[in-house]
Design a protein around this ligand. Structure first.
Ligand code: ZN
Length: 241
């Protein structure tokens, strides 16, 4: 089995469609790590697409913000403006659906969580080598897939010691090792590569590829500006930062 693992779609329908198209012939199913809404102009369409397509999906901090489970004072001003706009845009059914998503989920030999498996509701970022290594005691499975930082990364731990790859393209697992993989962001990459990112997990081969997909950034930017969302949110898509 192969799964497309998507995180941080952030209401960017152009990026989501491009990723689902790419995954169509490669993956048997879709998993989603949260932050489906916030920042972009198409929250309803992205929620509906993923609600119908994803076999497993967890909540991110933007779902919690929109669903009133997290104080928006926690957000920076762009995230807050986007969350307020998104709240108005979604109806009760969409908001209830987002509010009911679990914080983490075990799917086969993987744990799915938006930020960190250690206290998922604290929304800690895994960025440094030590951040990731410190989280291995807090999930029971061999794999843990995360998003949140919008930057791909891989941490692993095994008898030959800890390892960290801050710019992964392919992860080939070794016997006896466990892995935390950040699959990057579909809808708002921040690693200076503006292409959409997602992970393709081949369960039997023990392999994860971080794929980068070209999409219509100009259209996504145009919609953000037309919606009256902060212009910065449009500009950062082109910069991938
Ligand atoms: Zn995010």
């Amino acid at each position: 089995m192969k799964y497309a693992i998507l995180s941080d779609v952030h209401a960017n329908l152009e990026a989501l469609r491009a990723v689902l198209d790419d995954a169509e012939s490669r993956a048997d199913g879709v998993l989603c790590l949260g932050d489906t809404v916030g920042y972009g102009a198409d929250p309803e369409a992205c929620v509906e697409l993923l609600a119908s397509r994803a076999r497993g999906i967890v909540a991110g901090n933007h779902e919690w913000g929109v669903a009133d489970r997290l104080d928006l004072a926690w957000f920076n001003r762009w995230a807050r403006a986007a969350a307020e706009w998104t709240r108005e845009r979604l109806d009760d059914d969409h908001r209830d659906w987002l509010a009911a998503l679990p914080l983490s989920l075990e799917f086969g030999d993987a744990t799915l969580v938006h930020a960190s498996p250690s206290r998922p509701d604290e929304w800690d970022y895994l960025v440094t080598a030590e951040d990731g290594w410190g989280a291995f005691a807090d999930f029971p499975t061999r794999w843990c897939f995360v998003g949140h930082s919008h930057v791909p990364g891989v941490w692993s731990l095994g008898s030959s010691g800890p390892d960290h790859d801050p710019r992964p393209e392919t992860v080939l697992s070794e016997p006896g090792r466990r892995y935390i993989v950040n699959v990057g962001s579909v809808g708002q990459p921040r690693d200076r590569d503006p292409r959409a990112a997602y992970g393709l997990w081949d369960v039997e081969a023990g392999r994860v590829d971080i794929r980068r997909i070209v999409y219509d950034i100009d259209e996504a930017r145009r919609k953000i500006e037309a919606a009256g969302l902060p212009r910065f949110l449009a500009d950062r898509l082109a910069a991938g930062a």
